[in-house]
Design a protein around this ligand. Structure first.
Ligand SMILES: [Zn+2]
Ligand SMILES: [Zn+2]
Length: 263
């Protein structure tokens, strides 16, 4: 049993084979998927994600303004997201939110203020957050310490690809750490040694599909069934059976979000 704790499956990349993709996930033992709605918030992407989740019992939903799209954020977007959280079933978290100073698709100061605003709103609603950070470790940690540390709400650092320092800070903040296909890449020895040191009760796996396809499927579109490869990599590092890693990371997911375990 596996949970894909972060995927983007309501978009056009899966329009051709969405039902088959979900079947392949089920066949691979993936019992739940957290679908994360992202994109220009004025283009209906969040409503699309919520609507998609409402029609699939094993799909959970998160929505939030990605740092790439921070430039589109305004007061109406906050209103829109708050309303959507009341409108559908299985909406679990505000995210993905954070900072991406690698692509700089939105000006950094805008990313920072939109990140802070969304953390505020998530706290007000009592929602966990899903964090994206790239080449902005210091700034991300500083903001989380300011805005989130005393919230007593859960958080996930998704698609972890940062330093050992960042991993330590995340654990300190009470966050769980989710690994993607990056951990299977040939050159990811540093990341694998970080993964080995994350306490087992803080470990999650994800695909972040359609991106970041894990070994041995490189070159193909990524999809939730391949989360098994990520879990296999982590299991191999620890000398643990694959099914044990699957059920451990799954029960972490269900515990974080206070969900009944899917047997
Ligand atoms: Zn991300
Ligand atoms: Zn993502």
């Amino acid at each position: 049993m596996f949970v894909d704790s972060h995927a983007h499956i309501d978009g056009p990349e899966f329009d051709g084979d969405r039902a088959e993709m979900l079947l392949r996930a089920r066949d691979a033992g993936v019992t739940a998927i957290l679908n994360v709605g992202t994109g220009d918030p004025h283009s209906g992407v969040f409503a699309r994600a919520v609507e998609f989740g409402a029609h699939h019992d094993d799909v959970y939903t998160a929505i939030g303004v990605h740092p790439h799209d921070a430039r589109f954020y305004d007061y109406s977007v906050d209103e829109q997201i708050r309303k959507l959280f009341l409108s559908g079933p299985r909406l679990l978290a505000w995210g993905e939110i954070g900072l991406d100073f690698h692509y700089d698709n939105s000006p950094r100061e805008v990313q920072v203020s939109v990140f802070r605003k969304q953390l505020h709103s998530a706290r007000e609603l009592g929602l966990p957050v899903i964090i994206h950070t790239r080449e902005a470790e210091r700034e991300t940690v500083e903001i989380l310490r300011d805005e989130w540390l005393d919230s007593n709400l859960p958080g996930i650092m998704h698609c972890f690809s940062g330093s050992a320092w960042l991993a330590e800070q995340c654990l300190d903040l009470g966050f769980s750490i989710s690994f993607s296909g990056i951990v299977t890449f040939k050159k990811a020895d540093d990341l694998r040694s970080i993964a080995l040191n994350v306490p087992l009760d803080r470990l999650l796996v994800e695909t972040d599909c359609p991106y970041l396809t894990p070994v041995p499927h490189r070159g193909k579109r990524n999809e939730p069934a391949y989360v098994v490869e990520v879990a296999a990599c982590l299991a191999g590092l620890r000398g643990m059976p694959l099914d044990e890693m699957g059920s451990l990371t799954s029960s972490n997911f269900f515990r974080i979000f206070n969900l009944e375990t899917h047997a």
